[in-house]
Write a protein that binds this ligand. Structure first.
Ligand code: SAM
Length: 292
């Protein structure tokens, strides 16, 4: 039996055999470390009942580990040069399907219905292409598919933002967009040396788990995300200033903002990075109640 794809020598041999030169523009950094792969599969708690969606299989290093552990794997790869390679490297696994599409353009619910057996736990696992980490996360979070958990590798600095606590530098609009729906936890730091080629940054594996249904919800989610975005628009300014930039600076608007902050019990002089998700929800509703 062949050795794992995730091995520096085999990865290089596969690339040589196909004359594959990685495209940096597509974030192609292939994992070559079996420990990291074990860790990803264990963190996602993949078992024989599970279906898994993978984003960006590359030459199949992670896909192979997922295929061994899961019921079925459905993977989306944008680079058609990788398809013949994946055909060969994953030939032993009959529970993997590769779709040659841009994950940001995929109709995920239709794809899942078409390609995966129904009524099974569904997980999302990926070593993400780093140039589109945030758009992918945003589209997954806003999408109609519910995952039992999401385990994704990304650059460490972005991972820190997802798992950040209020009051820290890493805490921002992205943190709140994620933590509004999911609990985020940093599972493992991954050094740049385990990829071929090595990226310029270290990475981290993040586990996102669905939160129980929120009992405290804003009157309007779009409005909530607008307030969050505006709150962090100028990081060094306080909430009072950022809210004035969002609305307007006429005296009656200022009074309404003041009223809303008072009603929400929030000190206008603090910065957005101090506010929890719940406080942002309270603030959104209070601004609405003050006719803003
Ligand atoms: N999973 C492989 C591994 O761990 O070795 C490769 C991971 S590599 C960091 C990211 C992969 O995502 C590349 O194979 C790249 O071609 C693919 N990719 C980049 N942009 C994509 C997109 N918009 N949709 C789907 N796949 C994409």
């Amino acid at each position: 039996k062949e050795i794992d794809i995730a091995n520096p020598a085999r990865t290089q041999a596969i690339m040589n055999a196909y004359g594959l030169r990685v495209k940096k523009s597509l974030g192609q950094n292939f994992l070559t470390d079996q420990n990291v792969l074990h860790n990803i599969v264990a963190t996602a708690d993949i078992g024989p009942e599970d279906n898994v969606i993978e984003i960006g299989p590359g030459i199949g290093a992670l896909t192979e580990y997922l295929a061994r552990a899961a019921h079925q794997v459905l993977a989306f790869e944008i680079d058609d040069r990788l398809l013949p390679i994946l055909d060969e490297t994953l030939a032993d696994y009959d529970n993997v399907e590769i779709i040659n599409q841009d994950i940001l353009k995929v109709e995920l619910p239709a794809m899942i219905a078409e390609h995966l057996d129904a009524d099974r736990p569904l997980k999302l696992v990926a070593n993400l292409p780093y140039y589109i980490t945030t758009p992918i996360l945003m589209s997954v979070l806003a999408g109609r598919v519910t995952f039992d958990n999401i385990v994704v590798m990304m650059q460490k600095e972005v991972a820190d933002r997802l798992a950040a606590e209020p009051g820290t530098k890493a805490y921002g609009a992205l943190t709140i967009a994620v933590q509004y729906r999911m609990a985020a936890e940093l599972a493992m730091i991954v050094p740049r040396t385990v990829f071929v080629p090595s990226p310029n940054v270290d990475s981290a594996i993040v586990k996102l788990t669905a939160l129980p249904e929120r009992t405290h919800v804003p009157f309007d989610e779009a409005e909530f995300f607008k307030v969050v975005k505006a709150g962090f628009a100028h990081r060094r300014k306080n909430l009072w200033n950022n809210m004035q930039s969002l609305f307007a600076k006429q005296p009656e608007v200022k009074t309404a903002i003041q009223t809303a902050l008072d009603a929400a019990g929030i000190d206008p002089k603090i910065r957005a990075e101090r506010l929890t998700v719940d406080e942002f929800i309270t603030l959104t509703d209070a601004l609405h109640a003050a006719d803003l």
